[in-house]
Design a protein around this ligand. Structure first.
Ligand code: FAE
Length: 538
C-alpha cells in the first residue's frame, strides 16, 4: 500500500454521541422543520441570540448556545426542504434537474456545462431551489440554500487538514487545542465516518477511484483516503440492492434523498431537541442595526418560493451571529459598513476572500481503463501533492449514468490571490474583485499532478466538460472562504470590532484557503469560538 494513507486521522475519534439516530432519510429534517415552520412568524419578537444562516457555523452556534440555556432564533433565506415534490422525493435528480435544483434562476448553470462538447443546461421555472450559482464578475460561487446550508448539496468530504499545515491556514489559532479538542468534537458532531477499505476495493461504484489511484501512484503521487459524512453502511446496502439508492443514483449537488448526514440530522437536530431553538426558513436578512442602549434590530425579507418578498420582518436580539457563509456574511457586512449602518466595523471587512484554490479538470482514459457506469457520488480519496506542487486533488466522481472513460478532479491549490468585496452604490449590490485570470496559479499547481499523470499514462485532458475545447473549470468555486477574517475583521474569537454582541462564526473567518475541503475546519473553528463566547460573553 505504499503511497497511500488515511487523511485526517483525527476522525478515528469519531463517535456518534451527538449523532441523532434513525434519521438517515430526510424525514428527520421534516420533523425538525415542522417546528421551524410553526415559529416562522418572527415579526417584532425579541430573542437573546439571533443566528443568520443555518450552515455549519450557524448550526454549531445554535446548538452550543442552546445547551448553555440561551434561546436562539435562526433566520435562513432558503427553504426547509421537508416536503416531497411531484416525484415523491424531496430533492430532484442530478441528471434531470427540475425547479428544485437552482436558486432563483430560469436556466440551470451546472458546474459541468457541457458533455461531449454539447451544452447540457436547460430552462427551469424560477424557484427558491437548493443550489445557488451566484455570479460575480470573475467567478461563479456555488452555495447551498436551505436549512442546513452547504451540507445539503456538498460531497460530504470531511477532511481535517494535516496538522503541520494548520498554522498556514489560521496562524492565530492554537494548533494543539484544535487537534486535541475541536477537530475531534467537530468530527463527532458531524457524524464523520470512513469507507470500509475491503469493500471499497471490490465495489463497482468506486472503480473510478481505483483507476484514479492506479494513475496517481504510477506517477509517484501520494494517494490518500478521506472520511465523509455519507453513511457508508447505507451505501453498502444501496450497492447490495437492499436500500433505496441515493449516492448510487447520482444524487449530490441538488441534495441527497437518503444516506447523507446533513446538518439537519446532526447539529441542527440536536439544537432543536434542546427546545430552545427556532428556525425561520425563507427569511433573508437585509440589515443588522445597533439599538441605542444595547442590542440590535434585525430586518429580513420573508420570501415566497418564487423569490418575491411577501413581508418585511423585524426582530431584536442581544447577540447576533453572522453565519450566512463566506459570501453571505461578507456581503451583509460590506453593505452595512458602507451604508453607515455599522460604520465602526474596521477596514478589514470584505477583505481576504479566496476560492480555496479550486480548479476542475477531466482526463480522457484509455478504453482499457473504464471508470464505471455507476459511480458513487461521494468522493473517498485524493492525490496529495501539496508540499511539492501546492495541489490536493479530490478524485471526483462523474456520475453520468454511462461509461465516460473520464477521470474528473477538483483540485484545491495554494492559489495566493485574494479578492475584496465592495459596495456598489450605483447598482445597490456588493461586488467581488476576483478576476478569472487569478486562477492561473491554481491551474499551474494542478498541472504538477495531471501533466505528469498524462505523460506517464499516454493520456490527454478532456476538453468537452467546461465548454468547447476548454480544459480547465476555472470559472467557479465550491469553497468560498474569507471576507471577515479571524483576528483581522474580528478578534481572535470572531467578535466584530466596534460592536459588542456581534459575531462572525462561519467560513468568512478563514483567510481564503484551508489546504483541503473546508467544512470540518469551519465546524471546528466554530466549536472553538463559541466555547469561548459562551464562557465569557453570556
Ligand atoms: P453555509 O454552509 O454556506 O451556510 C450559510 C447559510 O446562510 C446558507 O444556508 C444560506 O442560504 C444562508 N444565508 C446566506 N445569506 C443569508 C441571509 N442574508 N439571510 C439568511 N440566510 C442567509 O456556510 N466542503 C467540504 O468540506 N467537503 C465537500 O465535499 C464539499 N463539497 C461541496 C460541493 C458543493 C457542490 C458545494 C457548493 C460546496 C461544497 N463544499 C464542500 C463546501 C462547503 O459546503 C462549505 O464550505 C460550507 O457549507 C460553508 O459553511 P458555512 O457555515 O460557512
Amino acid at each position: 500500500m505504499a503511497g497511500y494513507a488515511r487523511y485526517g486521522n483525527e476522525s478515528k475519534s469519531v463517535s456518534r454521541r451527538h449523532f441523532i439516530a434513525g434519521t438517515s432519510s430526510i424525514l428527520g429534517l421534516g420533523a425538525l422543520t415542522g417546528r421551524a415552520a410553526a415559529t416562522s412568524s418572527a415579526n417584532e419578537t425579541h430573542v437573546r441570540a439571533l443566528v443568520i444562516g443555518t450552515g455549519y457555523g450557524g448550526a454549531v452556534a445554535a446548538l452550543r448556545l442552546a445547551q448553555a440555556g440561551v434561546d436562539v432564533h435562526m433566520l435562513e433565506m432558503g427553504m426547509s426542504w421537508d416536503a416531497a415534490g411531484p416525484d415523491g422525493k424531496v430533492f430532484t435528480k442530478m441528471l434531470n434537474p427540475d425547479y428544485r435544483a437552482f436558486w432563483l434562476r430560469t436556466r440551470t448553470k451546472q458546474p459541468l456545462s457541457n458533455f461531449l462538447g454539447f451544452p447540457i443546461d436547460r430552462d427551469v421555472p424560477r424557484y427558491t431551489g437548493i443550489l445557488d450559482a451566484e455570479d460575480f464578475a470573475g467567478i461563479t460561487v456555488y452555495q447551498g440554500r436551505g436549512v442546513g446550508g452547504g451540507s445539503l448539496v456538498n460531497g460530504g468530504m470531511a477532511v481535517t487538514p494535516r496538522r503541520e499545515r494548520f498554522s498556514a491556514v489560521l496562524p492565530s489559532v492554537n494548533v494543539d487545542e484544535m487537534y486535541d479538542v475541536y477537530y475531534p468534537r467537530a468530527n463527532a458532531g458531524l457524524g464523520v465516518n470512513n469507507v470500509d477499505l475491503a469493500w471499497w476495493e471490490a465495489a463497482e461504484c468506486y472503480r473510478f477511484a481505483r483507476v484514479g489511484r492506479k494513475h496517481a501512484t504510477r506517477s509517484g503521487f501520494q494517494f490518500v483516503f478521506v472520511p465523509n459524512v455519507y453513511d457508508f453502511e447505507y451505501m453498502k446496502r444501496e450497492a447490495a440492492g437492499t436500500a433505496t439508492k441515493s449516492a448510487l443514483d447520482s444524487e449530490v449537488i441538488y441534495g441527497n434523498n437518503y444516506g447523507k448526514r446533513t446538518l439537519g440530522q446532526t447539529y441542527l437536530a440536536a439544537a432543536l431537541a434542546t427546545g430552545r431553538v427556532a428556525i425561520s426558513p425563507l427569511h433573508e436578512v437585509t440589515s443588522v442595526a445597533p439599538i441605542a442602549g444595547g442590542g440590535y434590530t434585525i430586518t429580513a425579507n420573508r420570501l415566497d418560493t418564487g423569490g418575491q418578498v411577501v413581508e418585511h420582518v423585524t426582530m431584536t436580539a442581544d447577540k447576533v451571529f453572522f453565519a450566512a457563509g463566506s459570501v453571505g456574511t461578507s456581503k451583509l457586512l460590506t453593505k452595512l459598513k458602507a451604508t453607515g449602518v455599522l460604520p465602526a466595523t474596521n477596514a478589514e471587512i470584505g477583505k481576504g476572500w479566496g476560492d480555496n484554490g479550486n480548479v476542475m479538470c477531466g482526463r480522457a482514459n484509455h478504453m482499457w481503463d473504464p471508470t464505471g457506469k455507476v459511480q458513487a457520488s461521494m468522493p473517498t480519496a485524493g492525490i496529495d501533492n501539496w508540499d511539492a506542487g501546492g495541489a490536493f486533488a479530490e478524485v471526483a466522481p462523474l456520475p453520468a449514468g454511462i461509461e465516460t472513460y473520464a477521470s474528473l478532479y477538483l483540485s484545491i491549490t495554494k492559489n495566493p490571490n485574494r479578492a475584496e468585496f465592495t459596495w456598489n452604490a450605483a447598482t445597490g449590490r456588493v461586488d467581488l474583485s476576483w478576476q478569472t485570470a487569478w486562477k492561473q496559479p491554481a491551474i499551474a499547481a494542478a498541472r504538477t499532478i495531471f501533466d505528469k499523470i498524462n505523460a506517464r499514462e499516454g493520456t490527454i485532458y478532456r476538453t468537452d466538460l467546461f465548454g468547447t475545447y476548454k480544459i480547465w473549470g476555472d470559472h467557479l468555486t465550491y469553497h468560498p472562504l474569507g471576507g471577515a477574517v479571524l483576528n483581522r475583521a474580528t478578534d481572535n474569537y470572531g467578535r466584530l470590532h466596534g460592536y459588542p454582541g456581534l459575531y462572525v462564526i462561519d467560513g468568512a473567518l478563514i483567510p481564503g484557503n484551508t489546504s483541503v475541503n473546508p467544512f470540518v475546519t469551519i465546524t471546528a473553528l466554530a466549536e472553538r469560538n463559541i466555547e469561548k463566547i459562551v464562557a465569557t460573553d453570556l
